[in-house]
Every structure is written in structure tokens, then in C-alpha cells.
Ligand binder design. Structure first.
Ligand SMILES: Nc1ncnc2c1ncn2[C@@H]1O[C@H](COP(=O)(O)OP(=O)(O)O)[C@@H](O)[C@H]1O
Ligand SMILES: [Mg+2]
Length: 354
């Protein structure tokens, strides 16, 4: 059974004055499976928070319905099994970390002793033991996000729904929250979280749905996008010049720093190229599959073949094509080698296109 099931859900916002149409979400339909980390990806204003509010029973859909473990989203049965971290949570500022968690535990009707024990364990799990007696008003953004996550876990939920849990955090804070999300998955929980940051989604999600301007563009398996899309393989070698390598009949050869880089189309071609190179006295330094990133996939979904202005085109040159030569972009295409990307500006350019 699906953990979280969106069945043709739509939500229309109209202005209260003249009923002017403001925004439409959907209709969207997809299901989150048990035990997966599911990313809900889209630029600001796409409708992620609206979707999550409908899923949490906080907004009534204009059509369709959401089921959680087979129960209507606004039912008691559903709510008991869900933990939720809103996008901009507000917590009572004068409470300490521990008081705040036990307050929420009370709301779920936890017995006094169990409540305190669980709150203590959760503080530890999110790395806030030291802040147990600190007032929330003194918490940093990262600490607020952690205590918010702990709050979402107080009822030991099977489904954890997080709205932009990684935004506004520094890299260390983001890594910590990513690790926490992964540890929840390891405990068998299902996690649904929204993000406008492609990289975070790519790093931890099993599947993603891509939303843009209220429309669901794709629901896809992250590993498959990355697997299916090995584009070419780079063999980095020492001890042979670009010219000498070309002289061996290898088509796509370029220099990268002090290395000579030979690109081949697939794994079958790797061994042949390596023996040719080694026969000519070269030493293999690395063999690197050059992958398409989720960003490339996103771009191809949203923008199709055309490149959005200011953003990297979805199709990098294919050096293994007969006449192909690695362009300047090829070197940056590897997942490991990819420079940090400005995702907000990427989305800004995507939004102009759609
Ligand atoms: N209560 C509301 N009334 C009217 N429009 C709304 C309301 N809530 C959100 N919107 C609009 O719906 C769109 C989607 O917003 P939101 O779901 O917050 O997007 P996201 O979370 O992806 O940034 C935006 O254009 C926003 O202005
Ligand atoms: Mg939002």
C-alpha cells in the first residue's frame, strides 16, 4: 500500500475580491512508497507548500484526494502516523528545547515518563542535548531546524513530511539534516520532503517528483536517471601527449592540466583504449564515468532541447561521437568534479522559460 497517495489532487486559489484566478496546482497524481526518501522538487512558487498543506489536511483540495496509509489525509488515523515540519515553523519562544518537545508529546497524549524519555532521546538524535535547557528564542536557524525535526518525530511517525528542511542552512547544517533524514530511512521510515535545491535531492532521494508552476513534470527514480545516463567515460593518462594519443587512432583526446584525457563511448571501448595507451607507454591515472546530473534531467524535462538563458545546456557534447571533441564543459560534467551550482539562478532561468 502506498504511504502517501495523491489522487488527481488540484487546488485553485482565487482572489477573495473578484474571484480572479490566482494559481492552480495540479491535478497531480503520484504515490510515495514505503521506506523511500521522496523529494518534491520545484522552484519557489511552484506549489510545493500548497501540496504539502493539502497532504497534511490543512488545506482542502479543490478536487481529488490524498490518502495516508489508506486513510484520508485529515483523519485521525492518518495524523497519528505522520510527523510534519512546516516551512516556517513557529515555536513558543520562551520554552526550552526540552519543554518544547514534551509540550508536543503531551499533545499526542504520551505518558509523562515516556514523554520525557522520548524527548531526551530525540534531543540527542538531533544533536541538541546541550540545548535542552536553552530557550528557543536563543536558537540559531540550524538549531531551529533540528528541534523542528525532533518535534516532527515525537509521535514516532511512520511517515515524515518536511517542507524545505534544508533551506537557509549553511553547508554543515545541511549535511547534518541530510544525515538525519538518511538515519530515519535506515529506521524504516518513509520521508517526503520538498526542496528547491537540486543537489540535496540528488544526494539523498530515491525518487523525485518535479513540479513547476503548479504542474507535475515528472516522477522519476534518481538512481535510474544517473545510471541510465552515463554519457561517456574519460580515461585520464600520464606519460603520453595529446598528439601521440591521437596518433594511436583515438578520436576524442584533450589535455586537462598535466594529464591527457581520452574519452570513449562506453565500457566496451575502455579496455581497447587502455591497452593502446599502455602499449604506447602511458600510465592510467583514472577512469571516470561522466554522468548526467539530476540538474541536466530537470533541464531536459522543463526546457526540452533548448537551453535556458544563463543555464548550462542539457546536452553536453558527446566526445565519443565520431566527430565529437570534448568541449570545455566536459571536464566539469562528472558528479565528483562538478562545481557548486547556483540552483536558485538555475530555477530563475527555468521559470522564465516555462
Ligand atoms: N492562501 C493562498 N491564497 C492565494 N494564493 C496562494 C495562497 N498560498 C499560496 N498561494 C500561491 O500559490 C503559489 C504556490 O505557492 P507555494 O505552494 O507556497 O509554492 P512553493 O512552496 O513551491 O514555493 C504561489 O503563487 C503562491 O503565491
Ligand atoms: Mg514552499
Amino acid at each position: 500500500m502506498a504511504v502517501l497517495d495523491f489522487q488527481d489532487v488540484s487546488k485553485v486559489f482565487k482572489s477573495s475580491l473578484r474571484g480572479r484566478h490566482l494559481y492552480t496546482l495540479g491535478p497531480i497524481g503520484f504515490a510515495v512508497r514505503p521506506g523511500e526518501i521522496f523529494g518534491y522538487l520545484g522552484p519557489n512558487g511552484a506549489g510545493k507548500t500548497t501540496t504539502i498543506k493539502v497532504a497534511m489536511g490543512l488545506l482542502k483540495p479543490s478536487s481529488g484526494r490524498v490518502l495516508i496509509f489508506g486513510h484520508p489525509a485529515d483523519s485521525r488515523e492518518a495524523k497519528q502516523r505522520v510527523g510534519f515540519l512546516p516551512e516556517q515553523p513557529y515555536f513558543y519562544q520562551h520554552l526550552t528545547g526540552l519543554e518544547m518537545l514534551t509540550f508536543y508529546g503531551d499533545l499526542f497524549g504520551l505518558a509523562r515518563r515516556e514523554n520525557r524519555e522520548r524527548a531526551g532521546r530525540l534531543l540527542e538524535a538531533v544533536g541538541l542535548q546541550a540545548a535542552a535547557d536553552t530557550a528557543i528564542s536563543k536558537f540559531s536557524k540550524g538549531m531551529l531546524q533540528r528541534i523542528g525535526l525532533a518535534q516532527a518525530l515525537i509521535n514516532d511517525p511512520d511517515l515524515v513530511v518536511l517542507d524545505e528542511p534544508l533551506s537557509g542552512l549553511d553547508p554543515v547544517g545541511r549535511r547534518d539534516i541530510r544525515d538525519l533524514i538518511l538515519s530515519l530511512k535506515a529506521k524504516g521510515k518513509t520521508i517526503f520532503f520538498s526542496s528547491h535545491i537540486l543537489q540535496d535531492v540528488e544526494m539523498i532521494c530515491d525518487r523525485v517528483a518535479i513540479l513547476s508552476a503548479g504542474k507535475l513534470l515528472a516522477v522519476t527514480d534518481v538512481a535510474e536517471v544517473l545510471e541510465r545516463s552515463v554519457r561517456w567515460i574519460e580515461i585520464q593518462v600520464d606519460g603520453i601527449s595529446v598528439e601521440a594519443a591521437k596518433g594511436l587512432g583515438l578520436a576524442a583526446v584533450s589535455a586537462a592540466g598535466d594529464k591527457t584525457v581520452v574519452s570513449v563511448a562506453d565500457e566496451d571501448a575502455v579496455n581497447g583504449a587502455i591497452s593502446l595507451l599502455m602499449g604506447a607507454g602511458a600510465r592510467v591515472a583514472a577512469v571516470v564515468p561522466m554522468r548526467r546530473t539530476l540538474e541536466d534531467y530537470f533541464m531536459s524535462q522543463v526546457v526540452g532541447g533548448g537551453a535556458a538563458s544563463g543555464a548550462r545546456p542539457p546536452d553536453a557534447p558527446r566526445p565519443a561521437d565520431p566527430a565529437g571533441k570534448p568541449g570545455p564543459q566536459a571536464a566539469g560534467q562528472g558528479r565528483q568534479a562538478a562545481p557548486p551550482r547556483a540552483n536558485d539562478s538555475l530555477f530563475a532561468s527555468v521559470r522564465r522559460e516555462v
